[in-house]
Design a protein around this ligand. Structure first.
Ligand code: NAD
Length: 296
């Protein structure tokens, strides 16, 4: 293996320790602890696992958290009422609706129902729009965590060709916006690829920085990247593995061995982007409690 590892687990611990210290200072001044309200719908094992991880991370840094669980038969109207309740609750700083929501609920409608000042996931159009024009906003946690990781390892994006594979609202698209802006954390020439892209390799082979967020294990192989590329593998897919206790293992979108052979830097899965996403959620929740983005 030629690549050095971008250690998201280690960096996330640092970020969380720094959030914990800031929370202590905040509460030491007589403020109540920040509070994250999670809304979880239905019984999706992966969603349950993510919510547990986020709740545990909150506890560790001194953020209060509560999960409001709803059955997957909940109507959009009922869900909107729940969200509205927390919008109006002064003791709630951040609201997170764990995605995916059941098919009969339109994800964008329910995201728009969140008060953008409490949208610590950074998915509300107000935050996405403000991010697009370089205004203070809550940035989505996964792209924000990736930026933090590049920054920590002194990997500059200025003038580089960044190729993002995957164009979802929560990862690929905001990643492209951040990297392509002409400010300190962007300045890259950015290509966004998705399922309609013809000849994916034509784009990935030219990437200086390759960010993959698709959810297809093994999509990117060593033959598709150039020597020295920085690879950020966002993909997390549960693949059956009976040799493990849980009966599955988590797999990224890259064929790790062949890509790591050529890459300069690479994130592992697990232990790369995932922990950074949770750490950035902690950071956003503290910002929300302090009214740092949207002062009243
Ligand atoms: P999504 O399903 O919303 O979007 C997938 C994107 O991939 C789409 O834009 C689609 O057009 C594109 N795509 C599909 N097939 C493709 C192909 N053959 N070639 C190129 N593009 C293709 O996914 P998402 O919510 O952005 O998540 C993507 C992956 O990242 C999933 O594995 C998810 O579990 C993972 N994820 C990880 C974190 C983390 O913290 N590590 C956070 C969010 C998502």
């Amino acid at each position: 293996m030629g690549a050095s590892i971008l250690d998201g687990k280690m960096l996330a611990e640092k970020v969380r320790a720094s959030v914990a210290a800031d929370v202590k200072v905040w509460t030491g001044k007589g403020n109540r602890p920040p509070k994250l309200q999670v809304v979880l719908i239905g019984e999706n094992p992966a969603s349950n696992a993510y919510v547990n991880a986020k709740s545990k991370a909150c506890e560790d840094v001194g953020i209060d958290t509560h999960t409001h669980t709803l059955p997957d038969t909940v109507s959009e109207k009922e869900l909107t009422e729940v969200v509205s309740h927390y919008n109006n609750d002064d003791a709630t700083d951040g609201i997170l609706i764990q995605l995916p929501v059941p098919e009969h609920i339109h994800p964008l409608s329910i995201i728009e129902a969140i008060d953008h000042r409490k949208d610590v996931d950074g998915f509300h159009p107000m935050n996405v729009g403000r991010m697009s024009v370089g205004q203070p906003c809550f940035r989505p946690c996964t792209p924000a965590g990736i930026v933090e990781m590049l920054d920590h390892y002194s990997i500059t994006t200025k003038g580089k060709h960044a190729v993002v594979v995957g164009a979802s609202n929560i990862v690929g698209s905001p990643m492209g916006i951040i990297l392509s802006r002409e400010n300190s954390q962007g300045k890259a020439t950015t290509t966004i690829c998705h399922k309609f892209t013809k000849d994916l390799t034509k784009h990935t082979i030219d990437a200086d920085i390759l960010i993959v967020a698709v959810g297809l294990p093994g999509l990117i192989t060593g033959q598709m990247v150039k020597e020295g590329v920085v690879v950020i593998d966002v993909g997390i897919t549960r693949v059956a593995d009976h040799t493990t206790e849980k009966g599955y293992k988590l797999t990224g979108d890259c064929d790790f061995d062949s890509v790591a052979e050529k890459a300069g830097w690479i994130t592992p899965v697990p232990g790369g982007v995932g922990p950074m996403t949770v750490a950035m959620l902690m950071k956003n929740t503290l910002l929300a409690a302090k009214r740092s983005i949207y002062p009243e």
